[in-house]
Ligand binder design. Structure first.
Ligand SMILES: [Zn+2]
Ligand SMILES: [Zn+2]
Length: 282
């Protein structure tokens, strides 16, 4: 279906996220050498199925507050260099670094207690959106180390054990992106927070479970067969998807999600929602 939505992102937008991802990868490698992880939990699929909760809320994750503080401070230096246009706002967070209760912040981030974080930002007169972005991106390398231990177990057949397909079974973050595997077209959801992938049914709405024939359709834009929107006529939900089959190639799913913001705009223009607000409000 042709569209007039411009596919051009603001200058430097994608490059910024690409640098951020590389920076986080480097931090993850450094942390990995030093981080003491609790014993790996056996049979994670059985655990999440039994509790119907993301694994991290069952096992907990111990993060050394001092290591998190250091990573947050380093991230702010990196961001100020990358984004001089918002340096003043980032410096306002920097000035508060010595006042935070890091153990509490880590707990709230793991619980994804957005309300707490928003209120804290407001009390410090910092934009809640920026505050959460910075704090959450600083915890991601830790989450990715934790998640990496379980990814092989979680990768396939999760849908038989997990009936919340838009929620990451490891860290509990909401996913807005999936891929269809080149070799067999099976669908895997992707978590851009901890990099876990989990299988979900190919033709079933991830928001409401609708699988009625004809009630799930897909839209792609001209000259791009790989990036698609799956839309559900029952709940008016949408899911962005990278289909590996046209190119036969995998892609960086973290960047593909950002690169396809035009698909979010297109979906919203057509009256579909990724139901993100439902999740934030929880
Ligand atoms: Zn996750
Ligand atoms: Zn639906």
């Amino acid at each position: 279906m042709p569209s007039n939505i411009p596919v051009q992102l603001p200058n430097g937008y994608l490059e910024f996220f690409s640098s951020l991802e590389s920076w986080q990868n480097e931090q993850q490698i450094k942390l990995q050498a030093n981080m003491q992880l609790a014993q790996v939990v056996e049979e994670p699929l059985r655990k999440i199925a039994k509790h119907r909760r993301p694994l991290i809320t069952i096992t907990g994750l111990e993060i050394d507050p001092e290591r998190y503080r250091q990573l947050l401070a380093d991230l702010l230096v990196f961001l100020i260099e990358q984004r001089p246009d918002i340096a003043a706002s980032l410096e306002a967070i920097q000035q508060q670094l010595s006042s935070f209760d890091y153990a509490l912040l880590i707990t709230r981030l793991i619980e994804q207690d957005m309300k707490y974080l928003q209120e804290l930002a407001r009390s410090l007169k910092i934009s809640p959106q920026l505050f959460i972005f910075v704090l959450d991106h600083a915890i991601r390398p830790f989450l990715r180390i934790y998640a990496a231990q379980y990814q092989a177990d979680i990768f396939e057949y999760t849908y038989q054990n997990w009936d919340l397909p838009t929620i990451c079974p490891i860290c509990g973050s909401k996913s807005h992106f999936s891929r269809l595997r080149a070799e067999d077209g099976r669908r895997f959801m992707f978590c851009d927070r901890c990099f876990t992938e989990w299988e979900t049914r190919y033709l079933e709405c991830v928001h409401c479970g609708n699988d009625e024939p004809g009630k799930i359709n897909y839209i792609s834009v001209e000259n791009d067969a790989s990036n698609q929107l799956y839309i559900c006529e029952k709940c008016r939900g949408y899911l962005k998807t990278y289909d590996e089959r046209p190119s036969g190639m995998p892609t960086d799913l973290f960047l593909a999600n950002i690169q396809t913001i035009y698909l979010d705009l297109l979906a919203e223009e057509k009256g579909y929602s990724n139901h993100n607000d439902d999740w934030i409000a929880q």
